[in-house]
Every structure is written in C-alpha cells, then in structure tokens.
Design a protein around this ligand. Structure first.
Ligand code: AMP
Length: 509
C-alpha cells in the first residue's frame, strides 16, 4: 500500500476541489496536485537519477510546493525526508549525510544555507530550488506511474529534535502514517469536505502529519502567504476560510491568545495542540478567548501524533469534579495504541505512580535509521520507550511529568519542573517560565526558575516565592530566579531547557 493512493483517489473522485490554497487564493485542485506529484516523481526517477526507497530531502519554508514535492516523493516510492528549516547548516549537513539524501528540494530563501549544508556533508545530492525554471520543468514533465510500496516501506524519515546527542531518523512506514490518519478521524476530529487544514506551523512536523487526513477526504490545505506563524494572518484566514483546523505548539496558542487586534476567528473549527506542555492557566485563557475549539494530543516523532488525546468534550466538561486535573493531563490512550507506565525494569506500575511511558501499536515507528542498537533499546520488549515520565489516574488519564532528563533530583527527591511552572504561571505578571536544575554540591541539584514577564509588567520574585509557599512543598521552591525578556525556543515553539542549563553552567565557571 502506498499512502499516496489517497491523492490518486482524491484526484479521481473530486478532481475539481481545491487541494491547496495559498492564503485566500486557490493554488491548485486535486487533479493538478496529482498531476504535478506524478511529474515530479518522473523527474526524480529520470533526470534526478533516484531509485525507489531513496531519500528525498525537503528543506523548505511552508509553501504549496512543499506538498507537491512531498507527494512526488511518495508517488515515486521514495522516502520523504522533511527537515526543520531553522536548523543550522551543520545540523542540516548531519541529517543529509546520515540519511544519505539523494536530492534536496529547497525554497529560494533557504537555497544558500542548503548549498552550504550539502558542501559540509560532501553530498552529491541534487538540489532543486522550487519556483525556478528547472523545478517547473520537472513538475510539468512526463508523469510517472505510482510505484507500489509494501506496508513497511518508508514514507517519511522523521529526524528527532536531538535534545540528547545527535538527531536520529525515526523510520515511519506507509502503514504508520495510515494508522496516524485513521486515528485523527477516530480520536481527534471529523473533517468536513469544506474543511481547511491551515499550516502556520512547520509542515516538517505535526502540521504536515495532519494535512494527510484532510487530503484523504478531499478537503483543502492552506499555506499562509507568510509561510509561518503570523497571528494577524491566521485570524484573517479564520474569517475568510470555512471550518479551519490547525495544529499548534502550546507556545503558538499562547501567542495567538495574547495577540491584540486581528479580530475574532469565527470560522476556526479546531486547534489541536501538543508537542510540549500546555499549562492550565494558559489553556483557560485560550478557552475563554476562542471557546471550545481545543483538542490536545500527546505524541512523538516515533509514534506520530498518537499516544494520548484530551478531546474537546473534556475541555468543555467544566462541571466534572476533576476538570482541572484533566486540563493538566494529556488525556487518555488513543484508539490505536496501548499505553503503559513502567519502572526502571519495565514492570508496569500501579495507578498514580510515576514512571516511563511506553507505547505499542501499528503507528509506532519501525526503528531509527541506521541505528540498530538505539532501535533495539528504544523498542525493547515490543514497546516504544518514550523517555517521558508520567502517571495514570484511576480513570485512565495520563499526566506527564517532564522528560526524564528534565527531572530535577534535589536532596534525593524527584522534582518535576512542570509542577512548579504550573504554579508560577498563575501569577498575572508571568508570561512564560521554565524551571531547570543547577548542579549543587550538597543537594545534587537545586531548582532555578527562568521567568519572562508579561508586556509592560515587572516580575516581583518575592511574590512568586510566596505563591510557591502557598501551593507546593518547600523543597520544590526555586532557590534562584532569573528574569529574561523571553525564553529560548526551537522552531517547533518548544522552550529549549538545555540552553538555560548551559547558561547556568557557564556562569559557574
Ligand atoms: P517530537 O518528537 O519533536 O514531536 O517531540 C515529542 C516530545 O514532545 C514528547 O516525547 C514529549 O516530551 C513532548 N510532548 C509531545 N506532546 C506533548 C504534550 N501534549 N504535552 C507535553 N509534552 C508533549
């Protein structure tokens, strides 16, 4: 089964429906998208000299052509290799070399960086700049027939953000993505035919995954003209388009909620958020501003978008006695996976106890590209070891307790930063915060909080300390506060705690 058969079906059944819009303008219908993907597939097999199962790099700002190239690679039976476009050229080089990319599609703004990356990697991969004449020739050239693929053949090689060591390529098969798509319909949302998947978030990540269920039903995908996350533009598109769904990291939701002006979002249907912690205080503000539009998912590249879900209904069920706890959780296991929490020996833990979260199901990756040892370790016993810590409650709702490496151990006690962050964010002057551990001679580690004030506000750390005293055990209180205008984030909007820890380490030297 080739996942791209979905595009073939859409082109046969709904040839005239708009497949892609660029901002509010129609870009192409399904017949054209399928034709262009087949043209690019022909070019990949012909002039670009690639074979089935070769990796086709996509190093692009969000543009309509991203979808043409992505589907072209699948159509040709090749593996799409979407790469985070904010990476440094050295990081790009690492991925191109590790994955053995045979070609690289880039947007003009990234062409120079891409060329440097290829140079560093010593790669002979052909570079194709979308929008240039060569690209148009490829796209409009002879159409190739779709190459059949086995369920286990790779559709998407997803490089992890590499917060520990070098990034690894999670091998996602056609079957994995098929399951991911079905699960969207089962657990997340229905997609109406007039629906629009809006892509302000990088298509090399969650937003790209969620384009697939929209394509499957012949709904449209919308690439903002800015190619990224601009609150005014998003709100404008939510006025002009119908039934808009988008995927956003919690930091993006926050920016949208705090954005003044731009008006309402009357046609916003669904915001699926995930990829990082959503704090209760922020979620409540989001619900107050936009209404019951929110659904949370917890997933990781290794089990794309599919571990748990907190559905719309749970956000809305304000009379539930554990409503607050549910908002602080990541919901319950999605339909296609089995999820459990285990101790250090992989033994399942009872309800309420914190341990590592394990996942099993047909959506789970086949392993890491060229890393048999890391694959065996991560998938030991037939379960994906997520590296995330959490605990189930009696109703099967899972609460995350940070990644194991972000946990702070002070005086022999485990401290989960998220718990402290939830408290600090209740203060009206705090816009964002991150809690990390700093090495300490006596205690092993001590708690340090980085805090960014809201616009126009000053943070009074004595008040924050008081808030902690009123809500959490004394030993968890930050011993030191650092106030900064904003906190470092990666391209996916996640706060990069490693940089904060490095900053503290550098100060100590
Ligand atoms: P990635 O593979 O880049 O998608 O990152 C996956 C990681 O992001 C997970 O292992 C979690 O640590 C974190 N994550 C994903 N979804 C959530 C969520 N809903 N709440 C908190 N953290 C999340």
């Amino acid at each position: 089964m080739n996942l791209n058969q979905l595009l073939g079906r859409a082109a046969r059944s709904f040839p005239d429906r708009v497949a892609i819009s660029h901002g509010t303008a129609d870009y192409c219908d399904y017949a054209a998208l399928a034709r262009r993907a087949a043209g690019l597939a022909g070019a990949m097999q012909g002039p670009l000299g690639l074979q089935a199962n070769d990796r086709v790099g996509l190093f692009m700002t969000n543009t309509p052509e991203y979808l043409e190239a992505f589907h072209g690679a699948l159509h040709a039976g090749m593996t799409a290799l979407p790469i985070n476009n904010k990476l440094h050229e050295k990081e790009l080089a690492y991925i191109l070399d590790d994955a053995g990319a045979g070609a690289l599609f880039v947007t003009p703004d990234l062409a120079e960086k891409a060329a440097k990356g290829l140079d560093i990697a010593g790669s002979k991969a052909r570079i194709v700049v979308v929008g240039e004449a060569e690209y148009a020739r490829h796209r409009d050239g002879d159409a190739a027939a779709m190459v059949d693929q086995g369920d286990d053949d790779l559709a998407w090689l997803f490089y992890t953000s590499g917060t520990t060591g070098n990034p690894k390529g999670a091998m996602l098969s056609h079957r994995n993505l098929w399951e991911m798509m079905l699960t969207y319909f089962l657990d997340v949302d229905r997609v109406p035919v007039n629906g629009a998947a809006l892509h302000p978030a990088p298509m090399s990540h969650g937003s790209g995954f969620y384009g697939i269920p929209h394509l499957a039903v012949g709904a449209r995908q919308v690439v903002p003209e800015s190619g990224g996350f601009e609150p005014d533009e998003i709100l404008h598109l939510c006025q002009k388009l119908e039934e808009v769904s988008l995927f956003a990291a919690p930091t993006m939701v926050k920016r949208l909620v705090n954005h003044r002006g731009g008006g309402d979002a009357p046609n916003l249907r669904t915001v699926t958020y995930g990829g990082g912690p959503m704090y209760v205080a922020d979620l409540k503000e989001a619900l107050a501003r936009f209404g019951q539009k929110f659904i949370q998912i917890y997933g990781q590249g290794e089990s794309p978008m599919c571990i748990t879900v907190l559905p719309r209904e749970d956000h809305a069920d304000t009379n539930h006695p554990r409503h607050e706890e549910r908002l602080a959780s990541v919901g319950y296991a999605q339909s296609v996976v089995d999820v459990k929490v285990v101790d250090g020996d992989d033994k399942e833990l009872p309800t309420g106890e914190v341990g590592e979260i394990l996942v099993k199901g047909a959506v789970v990756m086949r392993g890491y590209w060229n890393r048999p040892d890391a694959s065996a370790e991560s998938l030991r016993g037939g379960w994906l070891h997520t590296g995330d810590m959490g605990a189930f409650d009696g109703d099967g709702y899972l609460t995350l307790k940070d990644r194991s490496k972000d946990m702070i151990i002070s005086g022999g006690s485990n401290i989960y930063p998220r718990e402290i962050e939830e408290i600090l964010l209740r203060h009206p002057d705090v816009a964002e915060c991150a809690v990390v551990g700093r090495p300490h001679e006596e205690w092993g580690e001590e708690v340090v909080a980085f805090v960014a004030p809201r616009e126009g506000a000053d943070v009074n750390t004595a008040e924050l300390d008081q808030l902690c005293l009123e809500n959490i055990a004394r030993f968890k209180r930050p011993k030191d506060y650092r106030v900064a205008a904003s906190l470092p984030k990666n391209n996916y909007g996640k706060i990069v705690k490693r940089e904060l820890r490095n900053q503290l380490e550098a100060e100590d030297k």
